[in-house]
Design a protein around this ligand. Structure first.
Ligand code: CAA
Length: 258
């Protein structure tokens, strides 16, 4: 595994754990974090022993946003030429399930990073928001788009226009978080989800992720057709034969990711 300076990247049995590790800056997402996080995720995505990736933050934040100190003198020309933030698309393109274990502040780019993940687990201490409006800008890593799709226009407008923070319970009620747990139970919960996913077929997990994500992109009719085609394709896998045979034979399946 490559050595990183702004994140910790560890491989465990069946899953990988990435910890954003700039606690003194509340894990603000600078270019180096983006480069390292996307590189680590790509490495784990390519590793057949890793079935899912858990992302969390060290200290009291998941991530308090893109790094304001890095951006304060940024100009339009420089940002446009560099296509600032476009590199985050590499994380959204990871094919394995990503679990966000949101331990504290998930603001601006931090909330947007959590929304790029597939299962969002929040600690009761988590705080979500898109406070870019307070800086005279707007979300730039997907907040106006993914948040609106996740929680609807009413709440997305509320959060993006007022910059107010919401707690974990409101995030779950709104459809942003899948589960809320006590702070001390957060990592156990995330790892237990990773354990569940490790017992499934890697191919089936990737098919599920691809199909659900298409719901953000397309019409219902095209989405349903795509889902059916993926379902048909799943019949060509050894894991489908094993999964269905195991059900009929009343035993646990032994998936081989093939
Ligand atoms: N960028 C850079 N540094 C940040 C940061 C950020 N987004 N958020 C916090 N920090 C730094 C602070 O500057 C401070 O560093 P110093 O000790 O060197 O001053 C350190 O982290 C601790 O922060 P605070 O002292 O502010 O801690 P607090 O408990 O008083 O407040 C907070 C916590 C409410 C989260 C506050 O830090 C805050 O409002 N942060 C900024 C949140 C924000 O606006 N995020 C959006 C950024 S823009 C963006 O993300 C664009 C996009 O769409 C991608």
């Amino acid at each position: 595994m490559t050595e990183f300076s702004t994140i910790l990247a560890e491989k465990h049995d069946g899953y990988a754990l990435i910890t954003l590790n700039r606690p003194e800056a509340l894990n603000a997402l600078n270019l180096e974090v983006m480069t390292e996080l996307t590189a680590a995720a790509a490495e784990f995505d390519a590793d057949p022993e890793v079935k899912s990736i858990v992302i969390t933050g060290a200290g009291r934040a998941f991530a308090a946003g893109a790094d304001i100190k890095e951006m304060k003198d940024l100009t339009f020309s420089k940002a446009y030429e560099a296509d600032w933030f476009a590199g985050w698309q590499d994380l959204a393109s990871v094919r394995k399930p990503i679990i966000a274990a949101v331990n504290g502040f998930a603001l601006g780019g931090g909330c947007e990073l959590a929304m790029m993940c597939d299962i969002l687990i929040a600690s009761e201490k988590a705080k979500f928001g898109q406070p870019e409006i307070n800086l005279g800008v707007l979300p730039g890593m997907g907040g106006s788009q993914r948040l609106t799709r996740a929680i609807g226009k009413a709440k997305a407008m509320d959060l993006c226009l007022t910059g107010r923070f919401i707690g974990a319970e409101e995030a779950e009620r709104s459809g942003l978080a899948a589960r809320v747990v006590a702070p001390e139970a957060l990592m156990d919960e995330a790892v237990s989800i990773a354990g569940v996913i490790a017992g499934k077929s890697r191919i089936a997990s990737a098919l599920v992720k691809e199909a659900v994500n298409l719901a953000f992109e397309t019409t219902l009719d095209q989405g349903l057709r795509f889902e059916r085609r993926l379902f048909h394709a799943s019949l060509a896998t050894a894991d489908q034969k094993e999964g269905m045979a195991a059900f009929v034979e009343k035993r646990d399946p032994q998936f081989t990711d093939s």
